[in-house]
Design a protein around this ligand. Structure first.
Ligand code: SF4
Ligand code: SF3
Length: 548
């Protein structure tokens, strides 16, 4: 195995013996093979689409293949094997689609090689061997590590975009051109000769497309559940039976809420599900009582203590402890061998039964509430006041402190940064990195809370819209605003967001806690020169550099 797609990769260079995340070498190899075959599917699908022929099953398959290989999603060999077999069938369908389209257009089909014709092994062990041959390390031998790293930068960004497309899709929001984007990039990555400039251009283009992806997901979430509104969210337990929902999927939570209505079970959010408490279409359920716990990396302790059932709707799942393996459930693309998987029929009865069999909270915990729901609609509704505060010198600077959380001790930087931000500045936050400080008191500036939680990682779209609106009001661009971005990254959703911010030309961003292993020194230098992208240093030094 060789995997270096996330921030916690072994020694900061790559997991080779076993994933720090718990991914086995076998699953890593199966994932590499799946991605390779998905490129083959896209080679046909991209060409067919150019001739006007599309097949939704083919499109959805590639999106799911990408999403399933994101960090902390799928650890199950059997499910990976099944997807690889399906990849073979879908590739056949895509090939036929292309050849039929050629026939109709009176063209001769291109003879494609590589992933388009790579034989699908018949046994799992052969699949594992084949995966070993197509992993990123193998690519470095062929292309050199700079080009390989850039290819992976594009691929990992695509994985993040695919996850967001999948979230939108389950709510009934799809866009043909976005499937086209995925296939076009996968086809490009299946190529054989690359230049550094060409790859940097492709990465920026992927960032551009990802804005449309996040826009689609924003339209899906707000279209189905309404705009998030300022909400006081309870973050402690309430007496009674309980189910904890983690991941990112609003639809799964909605379906679970429907199926548990009137059953005497309270539903709690965990991790990236916290923002759900602010959506009118979800908060209307009285038994959605609040949030329990914090970010994904604390789940082994938090899930063990939680006195009910747990449902993982997407990343980030960690190896369950034996103490709660029987009461944790997965659904959608997330899977852990030994944890019961709820299939596409979304019958959550086993989760409900496990919750009823568990003790639940025997009494109310001390009430504690935090503010959520400051996505674009809410923030924009007070934009006039914010602008007045800035003009009056009462609001000096905005800090966007957000992104993925993780386990490394260096991540206390983000807590220290947030608590060191001067009182005349506002913090905008999003994604699970906010748990580093979202239960602290920040007060307000003339009624505007100093900590504004915009939502999940994909609500980076909301933050961008807020920043663009402010820039418009101040007749400047994003870089001309008193705004600094302090980003934390962990997995591939953060990669696509970073690419989008770079595409928008956002300069002076700080990223940590460490730089991605796939962004090699010469590439980082380019990003530094062009965008002044910087690694985080110390809170004192960074704050001084920003505020002067
Ligand atoms: Fe290692 Fe991260 Fe890959 Fe897991 S996802 S194997 S921790 S690099
Ligand atoms: Fe967190 Fe996994 Fe990325 Fe959606 S839940 S931000 S790390």
């Amino acid at each position: 195995m060789f995997c270096y797609q996330c921030e916690q990769t072994a020694k900061g260079t790559g997991c080779t013996a076993f994933g720090v995340c718990g991914k086995s070498p076998e699953v890593a190899d199966l994932q590499d093979l799946l991605i390779y075959l998905a490129k083959g599917v896209s080679m046909y699908a991209h060409r067919a689409r150019q001739l006007g022929a599309v097949d939704r099953n083919v499109d959805v398959f590639v999106v799911e293949a990408l999403f399933t290989t994101i960090t902390n999603v799928n650890f199950d060999e059997a499910r990976m094997e099944a997807m690889i077999r399906k990849a073979g069938e879908v590739r056949e369908a895509a090939k036929k689609l292309y050849e039929d389209a050629c026939r109709k257009a009176g063209k001769t089909p291109e003879t494609l090689g590589g992933p388009a014709v790579f034989p699908v092994p018949s046994s799992r062990s052969e699949m594992i061997n084949a995966g070993e041959k197509v992993n990123p390390e193998a690519g470095s031998e062929v292309h050199g590590e700079v080009v390989q790293g850039l290819r992976d930068l594009v691929l990992l960004g695509l994985k993040g975009s695919a996850a967001y497309m999948d979230h939108a899709k389950v709510l009934g929001y799809e866009k043909d051109e976005l499937y086209g984007f995925i296939h076009e990039k996968m086809d490009f990555l299946a190529g054989e000769s690359f230049t550094v400039d060409g790859l940097v251009g492709q990465a920026m283009d992927a960032g551009k497309w990802n804005i449309s992806v996040m826009e689609l997901l924003d339209a899906a979430n707000t279209g189905v559940y309404g705009h998030p509104e300022p909400t006081k969210a309870r973050v402690t337990g309430v007496k009674g039976k309980a189910i904890l929902v983690s991941g990112h999927d609003l639809k799964d939570l909605d379906l679970l809420l429907q199926q548990t209505e009137g059953k005497g079970i309270n539903i709690y959010t965990h991790g990236e599900m916290l923002p759900c408490l602010a959506y009118p279409g979800l908060k209307k359920y009285k038994h959605l009582v609040g949030n329990y716990g914090s970010a994904w990396q604390n789940q082994r302790e938090e899930f063990e203590k939680f006195p009910g059932a747990i449902l993982m709707t997407t990343n980030c799942i960690q190896k369950p402890k034996d103490s709660y393996l029987a009461r944790i459930f997965t659904t959608g693309l997330v899977a852990w061998p030994g944890a019961t998987h709820i299939g596409d029929g979304k019958d959550f009865s086993p989760v409900i039964e496990a919750a009823l069999a568990a003790p639940g909270f025997d009494e109310d915990e001390e009430p504690h509430f935090i503010n959520v729901g400051f996505a674009r609609n809410t923030v924009m509704s007070v934009a006039g006041k914010v602008i007045d505060l800035v003009k009056a010198g009462k609001l000096r600077h905005f800090f966007l402190i957000g992104g993925c959380d993780g386990a490394k001790p260096g991540r206390s930087y983000y807590t220290d940064f947030a608590t060191s931000v001067p009182d005349d500045c506002v913090i905008l936050t999003l994604a699970c990195g906010k748990y580093r400080f979202n239960k602290l008191e920040f007060g307000d500036i003339d009624g505007i809370p100093r900590l504004l939680d915009a939502g999940q990682c994909n609500d980076a779209y909301s933050a961008v819209r807020i920043a663009l609106a402010l820039a418009d009001a101040f007749k400047t661009d994003i870089n001309g605003l008193p705004l600094s971005l302090i980003l934390s990254w962990y997995e591939q959703k953060a990669v696509c967001i970073l690419l989008s911010l770079l595409y928008l030309g956002v300069k002076n961003m700080r990223i940590g806690p460490t730089l991605p292993a796939f962004v090699k020194e010469p590439v980082f230098k380019v990003l530094q020169e062009k965008f002044n992208l910087q690694p985080v240093t110390t809170v004192e030094q960074d704050l001084k550099a920003i505020l002067g």
